[in-house]
Design a protein around this ligand. Structure first.
Ligand SMILES: [Mn+2]
Length: 334
């Protein structure tokens, strides 16, 4: 059980608080920070929610009051330099806060990590609140609120629910448990409109995203047993579909849906010398060890890495590493 009371105390003792999450933010990081923002504002704190990326369209429903800011050094550095406490949600690896994390470090700000990923940050967080058994960071924010007897207002519930619903794939992934549904019940009682959130997150694909999916579907490859499926996205495909990096999110989950596929792998060319890799497993194989060996990390069944090298180079390393790991776990796969 994490000592949430100590975090309430830490928060009580400060005025200016920064909230943030990882680059290419998802519903869990944003929803968690959003819930905390509304709690802190109700406490009269001087707080801001600043993150490094452009806000994905799917999450604009969290930003009707323009509270989610995209980092801009000219606008934010001065404010950040006088922050007394930073709460970072769902980040896994400190480096994924990019320039915001650098600003916090150079100003020696007290940075607290609230996350359900194993920490890869080598002690860069002053305090760690980690629960790898939580289905979502949003679930941890719920625990924090409960422990401090904070009433679940509609805004707080919207943030928590968004975290839980997105990280469980709408209560479908294997991390979904009774508690997730109990949290959902409380959030609905607090006034959360679940179908509106579902539509915003899952029925809001850009046309470029669908065009890119069309290009991918023609080039999925499988190993001999059909348990491993992979695909790559190069710059020419991105250009052809007029797609952005945010458009590729979720494709690996989609490929995992194929019958017989246990592990899906996506490799996206970032530039000539680096690629983003995503792993998803149905449960038979644990894949975060593979991601870790490539310099990344994540959950047992959903993980990723950033790797140096051209798409061809990274693909061959990823396939060799993945096949070897699956063989080790099963003894059969080729
Ligand atoms: Mn998460």
């Amino acid at each position: 059980m994490l000592d949430w009371k100590s975090l309430h105390k830490t928060i009580d003792g400060v005025e200016r608080i920064l909230l943030s999450t990882h680059e290419n933010p998802d519903g869990d990081g944003l929803g968690s920070a959003y819930a905390m923002y509304h709690h802190l504002k109700s406490q009269g704190k001087d707080c801001r929610l600043i993150q490094i990326s452009q806000l994905p369209h799917e999450y604009e429903f969290l930003n009707l009051d323009q509270i989610i800011e995209t980092y801009n050094s000219e606008v934010h550095d001065n404010w950040i330099s006088q922050v007394e406490l930073a709460l970072i949600f769902d980040v896994g690896d400190y480096r994924r806060t990019r320039k915001i994390g650098e600003q916090l470090e150079s100003n020696k700000i007290h940075v607290v990590n609230i996350d359900h990923h194993p920490d890869l940050s080598d002690g860069r967080f002053a305090d760690n609140f980690i629960n790898v058994d939580a289905a979502a960071t949003g679930e941890m924010v719920y625990d924090f609120m409960k422990e401090g007897n904070v009433p679940l207002t509609k805004e707080i519930a919207v943030g928590i629910y968004t975290g839980v619903v997105t990280d469980t794939g709408s209560f479908s992934y294997s991390n979904t448990n009774q508690k997730c549904h109990q949290i959902a019940i409380e959030c609905i009682s607090a006034g959360v409109n679940t179908s509106q959130i579902y539509q915003s997150v899952y029925e809001n694909s850009s046309k470029s995203r669908v065009a890119l999916l069309g290009l991918i579907l023609n080039q999925i490859e499988y190993n001999k047993t059909g348990e491993l499926a992979w695909f790559t996205i190069d710059q020419s495909m991105m250009d052809k579909a007029k797609a952005t990096q945010a458009d590729v999110d979720g494709f690996t989950d989609f490929i995992r849906k194929i019958r017989g596929v246990e592990v899906a792998v996506m490799i996206v060319e970032n530039d000539n010398n680096s690629c983003r890799i995503n792993f998803r497993s149905k449960g038979k194989y644990i894949i975060n060890g593979i991601a870790k060996s490539l310099g990344g990390g994540g959950h047992q069944l959903a993980a990723g890495a950033l790797a140096k090298g051209s798409l061809t180079e990274v693909l061959s390393i990823v396939l060799a590493t993945t096949k070897a790991s699956l063989a080790e776990q099963n003894g059969k796969i080729e």
